[in-house]
Design a protein around this ligand. Structure first.
Ligand SMILES: [Zn+2]
Length: 474
């Protein structure tokens, strides 16, 4: 595919050069009351320009955005008024971004227990709250956040930037298998649905080819029939679903002849999973790192050097177990401040993901922060009987390598008991259970009790996500 989807192309070539700033004067990026294609297009151009600034200039501008956000949150959110005062931070006079470390991390529990207090009592002119979103955690109760017209505009513009970076040809066809929330949406049928345009922002900004939508709740065989009919240029889905689809296509020796790129969204994509999806489909995978709470966080570097953070939207910190900044190259937890949400500030939000930051400037020349890889989710951690915590990635690689498991879900019920639900391949036998048990014993360094349940399919969470490791042990 060619990078023909640049922001200068498409039907909105002749937009006014100047942008009317009707949002908060404190926004460093344009804000308007709608995410119409014209507004999105202008913001996309700003973003595509900004990414080529020097690293220090990008950081300087981001610091200005951070100060504006902190001042606003302090003035209008009771939760942050208290939090920022208690930690002794003065957003107006702070000398650098490192002073942000005085503000305590925002946990899911904070979010759950302080919803009303976090909300800003007033909004900047031109800004309105547009949506209340609920996110589900693996072990905790759902968390609610509010989004505004400005965060929606940023979401839309970053969607376009991501697709431009991916080099997607908008004239091609897109098949999208994901969660669709409306109960009566035609994508929820076994046949899925065909639309004339990709829809959404991309469809509003560019003339596109058709889109084929199917809900993630459909069985893998129905998904394959749907894809064979659609014969798409581009396929979008969740990594775990892509892996399962790829495996089944391989078993049945089916190819999708037009497919040029696979877009992975919604879940973290570990390197081994990326390789297995790329091998199965015979195409590169384009990975997007985002969260319901803060929107777009990072997309792959168009030059193939890891990921770049969308720093106009989020400030990302990588922290160690003591909440201190990691050295470059050291994996640490991802802590995110959403710079554009003035309705429901999310300052130093611990997302439960892990990543590795890179210090050196990227060879592609972009000034945006680089991440080498996104390592995994905290929810992918398991608890050893002696209290240590280990990432589950060794186990997932081992289970994949066994070749007898189509899909699995591991739930650690307690320190000495783990349950595993398996969708087995043909030929799965007691011998495989024995091997799996050995893997668990080696991983936990303890003869942990393992119980098995064999099923024909594993349901996703209500939000369409699929969690392969869940730890309920304390
Ligand atoms: Zn780069």
């Amino acid at each position: 595919m060619n990078a023909s989807g640049s922001a200068e192309d498409g039907k909105h070539r002749s937009l006014p050069a100047e942008f009317e700033l009707r949002g908060a004067p404190s926004y460093s990026f344009p804000a308007v009351a709608s995410s119409s294609s014209a507004s999105v297009q202008i913001l996309v151009n700003k973003l595509l320009e900004n990414e080529w600034r020097s690293r220090s200039e990008v950081k300087g501008r981001q610091f200005g955005q951070l100060q504006s956000l902190l001042r606003f949150a302090q003035g209008h959110s009771p939760f942050y008024a208290d939090r920022i005062r208690s930690c002794g931070l003065d957003p107006g006079t702070m000398g650098g971004v490192d002073e942000l470390q005085r503000v305590p991390l925002l946990t899911r529990v904070d979010l759950r227990d302080n919803f009303e207090q976090i909300k800003c009592r007033e909004l900047p002119p031109g800004t309105v709250v547009t949506e209340e979103l609920a996110t589900s955690g693996s072990t905790s109760s759902p968390v609610r956040v509010l989004t505004t017209n400005v965060t929606a505009l940023m979401w839309a513009a970053l969607n376009v930037r991501d697709h431009v970076w991916a080099g997607l040809d908008p004239h091609g066809s897109l098949a999208s298998i994901r969660h669709f929330s409306r109960g009566d949406h035609p994508s929820r049928t076994r046949q899925g649905v065909r639309l004339d345009s990709w829809g959404g922002t991309f469809g509003a900004c560019f003339v596109t080819g058709p889109a084929y939508l199917m809900d993630i709740s459909q069985d893998v065989e129905d998904q394959i029939s749907f894809l064979l009919k659609a014969n798409p240029d581009c396929l979008l889905s969740y990594p775990t679903n892509l892996e399962m689809l790829g495996r089944r296509l391989g078993e049945r020796r089916i190819e999708l002849p037009r497919l040029a790129v696979v877009l992975a969204v919604g879940e973290v994509l570990p390197p081994d999973m990326r390789h297995s999806i790329e091998a199965a489909f015979g195409t590169p995978v384009w990975d997007l790192y985002s969260s319901v709470e803060v929107g777009y966080i990072a997309s792959q570097c168009p030059g193939g050097n890891g990921y770049h953070v969308h720093e106009e939207n989020v400030l990302v910190e990588i922290l160690d177990e003591d909440d201190q900044p990691c050295r470059p190259g050291e994996p640490g937890k991802v802590v995110v401040t959403a710079l554009m949400n003035y309705g429901f500030p999310l300052i130093r939000c611990d997302l439960g993901d892990y990543a590795v930051a890179v210090e050196e400037p990227c060879r592609c020349g972009r000034g945006l922060m680089s991440l080498k890889e996104i390592v995994g989710r905290q929810r992918g951690q398991l608890l050893l009987p002696d209290g240590r915590v280990k990432f589950s990635s060794d186990l997932s690689v081992a289970f994949r390598d066994m070749g007898q498991i189509r899909q699995f879900k591991v739930t650690q019920h307690s320190r000495d008991h783990v349950g595993m639900v398996i969708v087995p391949m043909e030929g799965f036998a007691d011998e495989d259970k024995r091997k799996i048990t050995e893997e668990f014993h080696a991983f936990f360094e303890f003869p942990i009790r393992v119980s098995f349940t064999l099923v024909s399919r594993i349901e996703r969470t209500p939000g369409g996500k699929y969690l392969d490791f869940v730890c309920n042990a304390t």
